[in-house]
Design a protein around this ligand. Structure first.
Ligand SMILES: [Zn+2]
Length: 148
């Protein structure tokens, strides 16, 4: 249910795991073991988690931007571009030499951008195209401040 939010958090630089196939006990155990905050739209799960000492946050909105706002109301989220993670798999990104990507990146992006990154896990290649700018602009509006 929160897959889009998870991708945004990764782009912001937050180490974010996302599961659709784990039961509540597994999610709580994982959060506790790895020092994460359990973010969910399941209010019962939040109550049980907090009772058991697992930090948890209830998300009420169905819209990604409003969900981010719910998080920033409680936690201080910063955008740390150098920490951006792979939105697909949460892997770390490493800079990759542009000339090695000529066959991989669409020509119009290759011609416009100079910086590219590759996910060390799934090898997806990224650049700061329109999607990236859109996300940063949305966040800027959200926070009412200049984050770049
Ligand atoms: Zn990846």
């Amino acid at each position: 249910m929160l897959g889009s939010l998870a991708r945004w958090l990764r782009i912001l630089g937050y180490d974010t795991l996302y599961y659709v196939d784990r039961d509540d006990d597994e999610l709580r155990a994982e959060a506790l073991k790895t020092g994460r905050i359990l973010v969910t739209r399941d209010s019962e799960l939040v109550q049980r988690s907090i009772k058991n000492g697992t930090p948890a946050l209830l998300i009420e909105s169905a819209e990604t931007l409003k969900q981010l706002r719910e998080i920033t109301d409680v936690y201080n989220l910063d955008v740390i571009p150098k920490n951006t993670r792979c939105p697909r798999c949460n892997g770390l990104l490493e800079p990759v030499e542009k000339t090695t990507l000529k066959e991989i990146v669409p020509e119009e992006s290759y011609n416009v951008f100079d910086e590219f990154w590759r996910c060390v896990e799934c090898e997806a290649v990224y650049w700061r195209g329109s999607h990236w700018v859109q996300i940063l602009e949305s966040l800027e509006r959200l926070q009412g401040s200049n984050i770049l």
